[in-house]
Design a protein around this ligand. Sequence first.
Ligand SMILES: C[S@@+](CC[C@H](N)C(=O)[O-])C[C@H]1O[C@@H](n2cnc3c(N)ncnc32)[C@H](O)[C@@H]1O
Length: 249
Amino acid sequence: MDFEYVVTNVPGPGSNEDDFATDFAGCSCLLECSQASNCSCLPYGDNYDSSDGRLLHNLDSSPPMLECSVNCGCALNDGPCANRRVQLGIVSRLEVFDTGEKGFGLRAVEAIPKGHFICEYAGEVISAEEVDKRAAARPSQTHNYVMTVKEHIGDEVRTIFIDPSARGNLARFINHSCQPNVKLAIVRFGAQVPHVGMFACKEIQAGEELGYFYGDASANTGDNAERKSCLCSSDRCRLFLPYSATASS
Ligand SMILES: C[S@@+](CC[C@H](N)C(=O)[O-])C[C@H]1O[C@@H](n2cnc3c(N)ncnc32)[C@H](O)[C@@H]1O
């Protein structure tokens, strides 16, 4: 469990440091940020409920999400506007625990309502070459922490790799579940680099382990012998974790 704690994504080997610079023109809202008040950061509707902070988009197909940032007019207000959530960090009490065969896991210490933000999957943003280099250096059955983030923008597919193995936060302890209680949304706040926001996709009880769907194992080609068995113990378990030892697999 030896890693440097970072609260958000940081540039790692092979990433473009310019992507981390705040370069989006902000909104000019002075009072509230909402679609009703024509906030230019919210072209697809409000991201969050202004009263309880819950995500308003469908987690299976959320539109590109932009939170307000330092360049926005609302940055001059006393408190954060309603369109800032992932950038504010973890608010629920979470706990790392030993699951047994899956290694460490993360659980909720208190109930988390559906739609509420849990944490960012934060780590080093690294290139595909660096993913492959690190995979080659890692013994085959050890934990893999690299998350591949693919965005479809028009005809283009943009991919980044987030590796929290050496620099990361609590999210690195969330295990795979075939019946997840956590889903992911890609969020930006003022810069090109995407952030992965993790949200409760159902009511989560105090003490419940958090789990998200790592990817579809059946979609991967390759030898099952090289894949890890899934130990999520859900009724709909797909038996294997996705095979993702390298950037191309
Ligand atoms: C992002 S880490 C999760 C935290 C990890 N358990 C730890 O102790 O640091 C992902 C790794 O955890 C293990 N893991 C996660 N979900 C699992 C599952 N459902 N069944 C078996 N192993 C799992 C696998 O070794 C996987 O490569």
